[in-house]
Design a protein around this ligand. Structure first.
Ligand code: WTA
Length: 676
C-alpha cells in the first residue's frame, strides 16, 4: 500500500480553501489570449443563437443529405435528437474524404509496438497513410459485410489491444452502419461476457494476445472464457503475436488472415448513408448501482462535437502530430484517437504498451522520435512521471510540443505545474478538459484553437462555446463562487448520449431526475470568481482509479461472490499517483479466519472478476459494516475515517461500534505504513 498523501485530491475534497491560484500567461500564445469578460460575452452569444451556432459548425462536415431540424426532443425530453433528417457516414468522413484529396499520402497513423531491442529502439513500427487507412477500412468492411453478413444496426464487440486494427475495425463497422461495443483489453472474461450479452453482439473481434510491460497477455484465452458464458455467431482473431497454441473453435472462430485472405486489395464498400441519430457505438461505463451501463452515442451529433473540439481545444493543424495516450477501450480513445484525429485529417501517434517500458522515458522517446506537437494525457501518468523524476524527461528533446491537455480526473496544481515546466517549457497552452463517457466529447476546457483565456494551475476553465455547464446547489440554483455544488449541463449538446442500451428508464433516472431539465453529471465542482469551473471529483459511489471509472458496487459484488465473504464495502482513498485507490472493508462468513493469505486471494479475485485496474489497495477484515437502521451501508463514514475527517451526521447510524472498528483497522494500517 502506498503512502497516503494529502496533497492530491484529498486536499480538494476536504472542503478546505480551494487553491484557485493566479493567472498564468505566456508569451507564445499571446495573440490568442483574451480576458475572461470578453470570453463570457462570446459564450453568451453562442448560447443566444444556440441552434445556428451548432448548425454552422455541422455545415463544415460533409453530409450526404442535410438535416431538416437541428435539435429536437423525440418523443419528449430528455430524448434529444440532433441534425434530424441528415445522413452521413463516419468512415467516409474519416478516410474517404482524405484519400480522395491532397491528404492521400499524408500519414494518418504512426504506430509503435511495445518490444524494444537491446539499445531500447522499438522493434515494430507501422506507418499508415490516409490512403492505406482507406484501403484497410474498406477491406475489413468487406469482410464484415460479405463474409459474415453483418448488417446495419448489428452489434460487434471488439476486444483488441492498441494496434491499428482496432481503429480500422471500428471505422469499418461504422462504414456499414454496424454498432461497435469496444471492451477495454484489460477487462476480465466476466466483464467481457457481460458486455457481449447485454449488447446482443453477433460477432466478437479479438487478438491472440499483446505485449504489456514485456509480458505476453493471452487475450484469446480470456475471450474463450467469456464465450462460455455469452455466445456470439462469429469470432475473428487477429494474429498480433503469432502464438501457435491458440485454441480455435470452428466453425465459430476464424483467423483474421484467413477471413481477409481473399478480400481484394482494392475492395470497396459503399459507405452506408446512416441517419444522424443512428447509433454508432455503445460503451459500457460504471454507475452508482447495478451493472455497467451501455452508453449509446449517435452518429451526426457526436461527429459535430468531436470535430469542433478537435479544432477549439487542440487547435489541430495539418502540420501537427497529435498524440492522445488513452486506450481506445475508454471514451477518450473513441473520441480523440479513432474519430477526432481522422475527421480533421491529422497525423497521430498510437502506442501499444506500458508508459514506462522498458524505462521511464519511453513516452518521451516517442514524442521526440515523431515530433509530437499536441499531447493529450492523464493526471495519473503525469504524477507517475513526476515520481520517476525530471532526469528521464531531460534525456529527450520535447521542444516539438506546443499544446497539451489532461483528462480523466482532477489535476492537482502541483502536477499541472510539473508538466507545464518539464514537458511544456512554461510556454505551451495547457488545460484540463472535463467531460465524460456520457457527454461524447469535451465540454469544459481551455480552447486555445478558439480563444485562450488565462490559464490557472488545476482548473478546467469555462465551458466551451455552445455548452451551458454550471454548478448548482441541492435545489438546482447556481452556486456563488467558492461554494461546492453539483456539475450540470443545462441544455442538450451535440455529442450527448442517446440513452442507455436497452434501459430508457435508467437513462432518465440517472441523469435527468436529480435536477429536472438538467443533465446531472455526478461530479462535485466549484466556480471561482471568474466563473472558471474546478471539478473536484465524483459526488456518487463511482471511483476514478488512474482515471478509470469503477463503481464501488461492482467491486463489492465481485468481493461478495467469493465464498469466504459475507459483506463488503468499498471506498476510494486518495492515492499520490492514481488519484484514488479502492480499499475494501470485508465481513467474512462465520468460521472463516482472516489473514494475509485470504486478503491476497480476495485481491486476486477482484483482478480476475473485473480486471487488474480494480484490485483493492488494501482489504480490512471487520466484523460489521457501518449501516443505517434500514440496512444501507454508510460508505461516507468509512471515507471520513480514512481521511481523518469529522464523521458528520450519525443519527441514522445503527451501531457506533462498527465505526470504531473501522477506525482501529485504519489506524493499524497507518502505523504499519509509518513503520515501513
Ligand atoms: C472525471 C472520461 C476533473 C469526472 C473522459 C467525470 C474529470 C468522469 C476530468 C468521467 C477533468 C474527467 N477534471 N475530473 N479534466 N475529466 N473527469 O466517463 O469525475 O471515464 O465525471 O470519461 O471523470 O469519466 P469517463
Amino acid at each position: 500500500m502506498e503512502k497516503l498523501n494529502t496533497n492530491t485530491i484529498a486536499y480538494y475534497m476536504a472542503e478546505k480553501e480551494l487553491p484557485f491560484g493566479e493567472y498564468i500567461m505566456n508569451k507564445t500564445w499571446k495573440d490568442r489570449e483574451i480576458d475572461i469578460k470578453t470570453y463570457w460575452e462570446i459564450h453568451r452569444k453562442s448560447l443566444e443563437n444556440f441552434e445556428e451556432f451548432w448548425s454552422s459548425i455541422a455545415k463544415e462536415l460533409e453530409w450526404f443529405k442535410p438535416w431538416d431540424t437541428i435539435v429536437t426532443a423525440d418523443p419528449a425530453p430528455p430524448f434529444y435528437k440532433w441534425f434530424v433528417g441528415g445522413r452521413l457516414n463516419l468512415s467516409y468522413l474519416a478516410v474517404d474524404k482524405h484519400a480522395k484529396g491532397w491528404r492521400k499520402n499524408k500519414l494518418a497513423l504512426i504506430w509503435e509496438g511495445e518490444p524494444v531491442d537491446g539499445a531500447g529502439k522499438p522493434l515494430e513500427t507501422r506507418k499508415l497513410t490516409y490512403y492505406d487507412l482507406y484501403r484497410e477500412v474498406n477491406r475489413v468492411a468487406y469482410m464484415l459485410k460479405h463474409k459474415f453478413g453483418i448488417r446495419k444496426g448489428d452489434r460487434i464487440t471488439i476486444y483488441l489491444p492498441m494496434i491499428p486494427e482496432l481503429p480500422i475495425t471500428m471505422l469499418a463497422a461504422w462504414r456499414i452502419g454496424a454498432i461497435t461495443s469496444v471492451v477495454f483489453s484489460g477487462f476480465s472474461a466476466d466483464a467481457l461476457a457481460e458486455r457481449i450479452a447485454d449488447a446482443g453482439a453477433r460477432m466478437l473481434i479479438t487478438a491472440d494476445g499483446f505485449w504489456r510491460r514485456g509480458k505476453v497477455v493471452r487475450l484469446k484465452d480470456i475471450a474463450d472464457q467469456a464465450l462460455e458464458k455469452a455466445g456470439v455467431e462469429k469470432v475473428v482473431v487477429y494474429r498480433r503475436l503469432g502464438l501457435d497454441d491458440v485454441k480455435m473453435s470452428p466453425p465459430r472462430d476464424h483467423w483474421w488472415d484467413d477471413a481477409m485472405g481473399d478480400v481484394p486489395l482494392n475492395a470497396y464498400v459503399e459507405p452506408e448513408q446512416v441517419e444522424s441519430e443512428h447509433p454508432s457505438y455503445i460503451l459500457y461505463t460504471s454507475g452508482t448501482t447495478g451493472k455497467p451501463k451501455g452508453i449509446v452515442h449517435d452518429t451526426g451529433g457526436w461527429a459535430v462535437h468531436v470535430y469542433a473540439t478537435m479544432k477549439w481545444v487542440f487547435d489541430i493543424k495539418d502540420t501537427d502530430v497529435f498524440w492522445c495516450t488513452a486506450d481506445i477501450g475508454w471514451v477518450t480513445g473513441h473520441s480523440y484517437v479513432v474519430l477526432g484525429p481522422t475527421i480533421v485529417g491529422a497525423t497521430q501517434v498510437m502506442y501499444e504498451g506500458a508508459p514506462d517500458y522498458p524505462q521511464p522515458d519511453r513516452w518521451w522517446s516517442i514524442i521526440e522520435r515523431y515530433g509530437v506537437s499536441v499531447f493529450y494525457t492523464s493526471p495519473t501518468a503525469i504524477r507517475m512521471f513526476m515520481r520517476y523524476g525530471e532526469e528521464w524527461v531531460r534525456r529527450h528533446d520535447l521542444s516539438s510540443i506546443r499544446l497539451m491537455h489532461s483528462v480523466g480526473e482532477p489535476i492537482n496544481p502541483e502536477a499541472w505545474r510539473w508538466a507545464y515546466k518539464n514537458l511544456g517549457r512554461e510556454e505551451v497552452a495547457f488545460g484540463s478538459t472535463w467531460w465524460m463517457t456520457e457527454t461524447g466529447g469535451i465540454v469544459i476546457s481551455h480552447a486555445p484553437g478558439f480563444y485562450l483565456v488565462p490559464m490557472k494551475a488545476g482548473t478546467n476553465g469555462p465551458p466551451l462555446p455552445g455548452f451551458e455547464a454550471d454548478v448548482v446547489d441541492e435545489e438546482g440554483r447556481p452556486v456563488a463562487p467558492g461554494v461546492r455544488g453539483y456539475l450540470v449541463i443545462k441544455r442538450p449538446w451535440p455529442g450527448m448520449l442517446h440513452g442507455i442500451w436497452g434501459d430508457p428508464d435508467r437513462y432518465i433516472k440517472t441523469y435527468w431526475s436529480k435536477f429536472p431539465g438538467m443533465f446531472y453529471a455526478g461530479d462535485y465542482a466549484v466556480k471561482d470568481g471568474d466563473g472558471y469551473i474546478w471539478v473536484l471529483g465524483r459526488a456518487d459511489e463511482v471511483l476514478k482509479v488512474a482515471g478509470h471509472r469503477l463503481g464501488t458496487y461492482e467491486l463489492e459484488s465481485a468481493l461478495i461472490e467469493h465464498p469466504a465473504v459475507a459483506e463488503a464495502a468499498v471506498i476510494g482513498i486518495p492515492d499520490e499517483v492514481k488519484g484514488e485507490a479502492p480499499i475494501a472493508y470485508v465481513v467474512l462468513k462465520q468460521g472463516v479466519q482472516p489473514g494475509e493469505a485470504l486478503a491476497k486471494e480476495l485481491r486476486d479475485h477482484v483482478r480476475k472478476t473485473i480486471g487488474p485496474i480494480a484490485e483493492p489497495a488494501h482489504i480490512f477484515f471487520v466484523t460489521k459494516l457501518p449501516k443505517t437502521r434500514s440496512g444501507k451501508i454508510m460508505r461516507r463514514l468509512l471515507r471520513a475515517v480514512a481521511m481523518n475527517a469529522p464523521l458528520g451526521d450519525v443519527t441514522t447510524l445503527e451501531d457506533e461500534a462498527s465505526v470504531e472498528e473501522a477506525k482501529k483497522a485504519y489506524e493499524e494500517l497507518r502505523a504499519e505504513i509509518e513503520r515501513k
